[in-house]
Design a protein around this ligand. Structure first.
Ligand code: FES
Length: 240
């Protein structure tokens, strides 16, 4: 076990836990957009900044990527921390001005109008990489990736063309903190426009609802010997 202090109170953490995990477990609120408990931390949104003092030296760092170390002192709401988070949010907002999660955070931080603008047209993506990690680590499809650097960085299918490895499972859609990945099911097809991907759907043999891409069934069966037999997918979850 590791002993650390957060906002003046002593806590114990397991080896390998990061500061954000321990703070959240103990009801200490730190804003975060790109952290997910089942994915490797990436530090993409930078909203989870805290002040850490280690060996007498204090610095700001992202709490989702900073490990709990014995004796560290963490402060989550100093004026410097709040100012830095505000600045980060003001930089993110022009990228996704309509995103409800960002707007809610802006209200909490009392930001009426961000001071920054972007020359590029907003595509509602804050480049936090949650979709890329989910596709790689949770799903195992590796259908999308980062391309470009700095302010030109984007998340794209390989070579900017149809994401042929996308199985249409929608994990990226559900996890995206800005809602910038849209998935539309229309009769027998599912389209995820951001990945330029349209996939045929299988219908439930009982209610007739088109509910899962054939590609997702095939992927599950290829990935795992323990995947259910193909006829298990004949019924949708509601009819099963
Ligand atoms: S949650 Fe830590 S950087 Fe996004």
């Amino acid at each position: 076990m590791v002993n650390l202090t957060i906002d003046g109170k002593k806590y114990q953490a397991e080896e390998g836990q990061n500061v954000l995990e321990v703070a959240l477990e103990n009801g200490i609120e730190i804003p975060h957009l790109c952290y997910h408990e089942n994915l490797s931390p990436y530090g993409g949104c930078r909203l989870c900044l805290v002040e850490v003092t280690r060996n007498g030296r204090a610095f700001l760092t992202t709490s989702c990527t900073y490990p709990c170390l014995d004796g560290i002192i963490v402060k989550t709401d100093t004026p410097e921390v709040l100012r830095a988070r505000r600045l980060v949010l003001e930089l993110l907002m022009p990228l996704a001005p309509e995103a409800p999660q960002l707007q809610a955070l802006a209200r909490q931080m009392e930001i009426e109008e961000p001071r920054f603008k972007t020359d590029e047209e907003a595509d509602d993506c804050i480049r936090c990489g949650l979709c890329v990690r989910a596709c790689t680590e949770l799903v195992g499809a590796q259908a999308i990736t980062f391309s470009g650097r700095g302010y030109r960085k984007t998340v794209e299918p390989p070579f900017g063309e149809e994401a042929l490895d996308c199985i249409g499972c929608g994990t990226c859609v559900f996890l995206c903190p800005t809602g910038c990945i849209q998935m539309v099911d229309k009769s027998a097809e599912r389209t995820i426009a951001r990945w330029q991907r349209t996939l045929p759907l299988k219908a439930c043999s009982s209610c007739g609802r088109y509910y899962i891409p054939f590609a997702q069934i095939e992927f599950a069966r290829q990935k795992s010997r323990e995947a259910p037999a193909e006829d298990w997918f004949d019924l949708c979850p509601d009819c099963r």
